[in-house]
Design a protein around this ligand. Sequence first.
Ligand SMILES: *[C@@H]1O[C@H](CO)[C@@H](O)[C@H](O)[C@H]1NC(C)=O
Ligand SMILES: *[C@@H]1O[C@H](CO)[C@@H](O)[C@H](O)[C@H]1NC(C)=O
Ligand SMILES: [Zn+2]
Length: 378
Amino acid sequence: MLNQNCRTPYIMHRLLFLVLAQLLTTGTCDTNPDPEHKEKHEGNMFVPWTYEDQDWSKDYELCNGNSQSPINIDTDETILNKKLPSITLEGYNLSETEQLDLSNDGHTVKLSLPDSMSISHGFTQKYLATQLHFHWGSGATSGSEHTVDGFQYAAEMHIVHFAAKYGHLNKAALKADGIAVLGVLFQIGAEDNKNYDHIFDKLQDIAEEGANVHIPGFDINMLLPNQLYRFFRYNGSFTTPPCFQSVTWTVFNETVQISQAQLDKLETSLKTGHGMLDSNFRHAQPLNRRTVFASFSSLTSSRRIVPKENSVKLDEDDKSVDGNHFTLGDTLAVIFGTLFGCTVLAFVIYLLKQRKRQRSNTERGQKVIYKPAATMEA
Ligand SMILES: *[C@@H]1O[C@H](CO)[C@@H](O)[C@H](O)[C@H]1NC(C)=O
Ligand SMILES: *[C@@H]1O[C@H](CO)[C@@H](O)[C@H](O)[C@H]1NC(C)=O
Ligand SMILES: [Zn+2]
């Protein structure tokens, strides 16, 4: 947003911002602004906000809405929806000749993205990319915004897209179906994730709030998990003021691993006007009456092969399966499920037979090992 030479003192920077914001709203200037981090109130009032005091609704009423983000995703409450198409990305492999703007806007590190990048399939309409940014913690504190079954991940990346039909991010941000954000959760792994060095290696150059550098394009696909067909989907909001409730969220189930050293870099490289830029995550918001869909059945995860309560929730959806997305995992799950069922049935029959034989044995007065079972029956 604020481009070159922004090492001006804090107040100057804020004033500049105000002027810019005015220009933008009167439409005289088009610099790809970012509503997720737009510090503007209805009536063009400028109100700063911080992560320390998250009572944002005093100044930004919408932040008190009933479809806010992030949320805790309770996997037991998610509804399986196999009709949700896999996310397909187009134009994500950027050429090195493309210059991307990497900036510290005082709330996050943001990488601008060209609108030649898009989500080509996954929704009933096309969404164009505009920027990606991160949320993180500090020291021993985790920093993801979405939590899964109450677990907070190390950090989270958001890739922000706007509906092509609205033509511009600012317009789309005000429409119910205007924005699609892809959310990626991070976990700590043993190895450096080299794909992130394009960004993390430059953090030291944008330590000051308002600073920016240009970095050459690279393959943004490499920042994403492999399984783009396993995700949670719900209707929510931007996680920063003014908290517009126009975001269709996709939070991937597969996490991405970065090293502890890389996380440390993210947590300690950037500053704001008044201190370290860290712990920039919003706390989970009430779900209210919203539904969170899962594009995948937990049956396909190695952890839960045994059918659980899936008979209730999953069955309704299974009726409407359109075969659109029947993965190898699904097939295996069905095969193993059937095998498991057959084994259980065979075992039960075997037990019954054993018991019958047992009984006839005891009737004939033979002493056998099965006595304790008889008392249990009583
Ligand atoms: C989001 O809201 C729209 C409009 O109310 C609705 O059609 C859609 O099913 C909702 N999507 C989810 C994932 O809840
Ligand atoms: C992925 O899905 C499994 C199965 O539902 C769940 O146990 C796990 O917590 C999920 N993890 C994430 C990061 O979504
Ligand atoms: Zn975000």
